[in-house]
Design a protein around this ligand. Structure first.
Ligand code: DER
Length: 223
């Protein structure tokens, strides 16, 4: 209910002629469905995962899809999040699409985040590990380096559908790192200095994001 509420509200931000970044995850899926149903047709869409691409095709938006290299701007990116603080620092990546999401979410003129109220937290991480996308060959050395430098435990994410590690759409592995406690936003850059790290799920650079929050009572709050 809440996801559909924020998704339909988000469609109101989409205007004719826009280049729209499609996030990934269950809430972003609701947005894609609502866009197919209610949104303007003359938009260009850049999906941040194969999952979002496939759904866009399913809802009749396939002909609007463009690869990122075929557009010169993103007017608005619409995405979900796993956790959001008051300062609009996001934790993302439970869906494994964090690399393409961060590229699109960070380059977008406007960034719209769609969440249900329970995702609002005091600090990150509150309830989820921090995903780190790594070059497969280096996964263990990265896990060791993260644990040695920052503590906690870094586990290789297994693929729920088959034996072995999960692969991202970019052909990389994911580490789910549980730090000993809350982390500083600056860790977003520090993690990327570790050789073998491709990206991580700390999104601390879009404090200007608009956050649409679905409250438990069915009302909407805009942060
Ligand atoms: O994996 C991701 O980054 C997703 O956007 C995630 O953060 C939100 O997914 P959800 O809408 O399914 O909770």
């Amino acid at each position: 209910m809440g996801k559909a509420l924020v998704a339909r509200e988000a469609v109101k931000y989409i205007k004719s002629g826009m280049v729209v970044g499609l996030g990934s995850g269950t809430t972003a899926r609701e947005f894609i469905k609502a866009l197919g149903e209610l949104g303007p047709r003359d938009v260009a869409l850049v999906a941040t995962s194969v999952d979002s691409e496939l759904l866009a095709v399913e809802v009749g938006l396939g002909d609007r899809l463009r690869p990122l290299w075929a557009v010169d701007r993103i007017d608005i990116a619409v995405d979900g999040a796993d956790e959001v603080t008051e300062e609009k620092i996001l934790l993302k990546g439970r869906g494994g699409a964090l690399l393409r999401e961060k590229v699109v979410d960070y380059m977008a003129e406007r960034f719209l985040v769609l969440i249900e109220e329970h995702k609002l937290v005091q600090h990150i991480p509150a309830r989820n590990p921090i995903p780190i996308e790594v070059v497969p060959w280096a996964w263990r050395s990265v896990a060791r380096a993260v644990e040695a430098k920052f503590g906690g435990t870094a586990k290789l994410r297994q693929d729920g559908a088959k034996l072995g590690p999960a692969l991202t759409d970019n052909g990389n592995y994911l580490l789910d790192w549980t730090p000993p406690g809350p982390v500083e936003p600056s860790l977003e850059e520090e993690l990327k200095l570790i050789p073998g790290v491709v990206e991580n799920g700390i999104f601390s650079k879009r404090r200007d994001a608009t956050v649409l929050v679905a409250r438990g009572d069915g009302t909407l709050k805009v942060l």
